[in-house]
Ligand binder design. Structure first.
Ligand SMILES: Cc1cc2nc3c(=O)[nH]c(=O)nc-3n(C[C@H](O)[C@H](O)[C@H](O)COP(=O)(O)OP(=O)(O)OC[C@H]3O[C@@H](n4cnc5c(N)ncnc54)[C@H](O)[C@@H]3O)c2cc1C
Length: 402
């Protein structure tokens, strides 16, 4: 049996998995997608090779100590967000954009050279092969007194896994909609989970590569806001590499998930037109990379598609940090953090909190003989990929007794 099962291979789950693995615990990570990273997603431009962040881009080293020290520990290089030059504001599609001077709107934000995906690659590189089980979508969590049984939908099969402790490093709202708890969690916890908006889940983001940073050459920062009624991209920023020869602008779509869906065929052209309208014709026909997070069922819950709150919560409801089922079940993910909830920093806060709690319950040095696996003899979960049929059940099912 696993000592700890972590569900969700985003930043929170991965950081926790790495720490517990280093402690020698029998731990495994299960991720619903066929890739790690969750909301962190960087793709390489086919043209320039520039890493384009389609999920998170920024962190703030002055106020986010956990992320700052993780980046340093992993030996990654960060670069300040380019903010120099004038900002543009287009409020009337019939007019030229207004030029605004002296606005440093990103408040000391930094980016990762090579994209935020470098963080995920560096963390994953420290885990042994077979440690992370991709394509395992959690559907049920069952309390069995001294352990928990997890049920996953995986490659047309249903797979059961037993663990003494379980960490759900998954946005809480998704859990309320997609995972059955047996027994059901209490009403107050379920309400807090439903209230925890999955930060940025309903957003769509585009990064557009260009031959040169034309805007910088014109004394502009690349920052722009488009606020008229037909706005397609509402907020634009410079997304160049440290070497600005790899030039790009990034933007957040101004359209709702429903409008994005209905305009999907024409969106590339609409986004191009918008960039040219704001910055000039040199920006026609860039190389577009687009991600609509609202269409990702492992990020955006049905509730998230209609965000109720305009601002950012900052601190999550403490109910989300209560341990469930006599200390066996932990809710994680950035949306449970007491500060920076929803941000990358919040994902690290949550991972550290749960690590501390697990170590209180069972200090790492006491990896005891009752574990079927000793330190250094970890088995991959891959042997469970072919589940054994369970007699008398109407579906293919398997139980993985690690
Ligand atoms: C467009 C966008 C821009 C952003 N910009 C920034 C930014 O600039 N700075 C910043 O700090 N933050 C930003 N964020 C937020 C940041 O991405 C998140 O705070 C962070 O990535 C959360 O990490 P996490 O591990 O808590 O959750 P996630 O990354 O959401 O990871 C959860 C994981 O659980 C998996 N999962 C879900 N359901 C199941 C299931 N049933 N079974 C198995 N696995 C499941 C998912 O596939 C995912 O891998 C942005 C987010 C988006 C979408």
């Amino acid at each position: 049996m696993l000592d700890t099962a972590i569900i969700g291979g985003g930043l929170c789950g991965l950081v926790l998995a790495r720490s517990l693995y280093r402690q020698g615990r029998t731990v495994a990570l299960f991720e619903g997608r066929e890739r790690l990273g969750g909301r962190i997603l960087s793709v390489a431009s086919a043209g320039s090779g520039l890493a384009m962040d389609l999920g998170p881009t920024w962190f703030w080293p002055d106020t986010q100590p956990l992320l700052k020290s993780l980046i340093a520990e992993l030996g990654l290089v960060d670069i300040p967000q380019h903010d120099d030059g004038s900002m543009l504001h287009l409020n009337d599609p019939e007019k030229m954009p207004e030029r605004i001077e002296g606005k440093n709107i990103h408040e000391g934000a930094h980016r990762l050279h090579g994209g935020m995906g470098r963080l995920i690659d560096a963390l994953a590189a420290e885990l042994p092969p077979g440690f992370a089980h991709l394509g395992h979508v959690l559907t049920r969590v069952s309390d069995r007194a001294d352990h928990i049984v997890l049920t996953f939908a995986a490659e047309d099969d249903i797979v059961d896994v037993e663990a003494r402790r379980v960490v759900l490093a998954v946005p809480p709202r998704l859990l309320t909609e997609q995972v059955r708890f047996e027994p059901e969690l209490d009403d107050a916890t379920r309400e807090a989970m439903r209230d925890a908006e999955t930060w940025m889940a309903a957003q769509a983001k585009v990064i557009i590569g260009y031959d040169r940073p034309f805007w910088r050459e014109a004394g502009q920062s690349g920052n722009a806001f488009v606020t008229h009624e037909q706005a397609v991209i509402g907020e634009i920023f410079d997304a160049c590499d440290a070497d600005p020869a790899k030039a790009a602008l990034g933007g957040f779509l101004a359209l709702s998930p429903e409008l994005r869906e209905s305009f999907s065929a024409g969106l590339p052209m609409l986004m191009d037109n918008q960039m040219a309208q704001v910055f000039g014709s040199a920006l026609e026909q860039g190389e577009q990379y687009y991600q609509d997070w609202a269409t990702e069922p492992l990020t955006c819950s049905l509730l998230d598609r209609n965000p109720s709150r305009a601002g950012h919560a900052g601190a999550a409801n403490p109910m989300l940090r209560r341990t469930q089922w006599d200390g066996k079940l932990y809710l994680g993910g950035s949306e449970t953090a007491p500060r920076s909830a929803g941000y990358l920093e919040g994902a690290l806060e949550a991972a550290h909190r749960i690590e501390r709690a697990l170590n209180r319950v069972r200090p790492p040095i006491e990896a005891d003989a009752s574990d079927s696996l000793q330190i250094g003899q970890r088995r991959g979960f891959d042997q469970c990929r072919e589940p054994r049929p369970v007699q008398g059940m109407g579906r293919r099912s398997g139980r993985c007794g690690i």
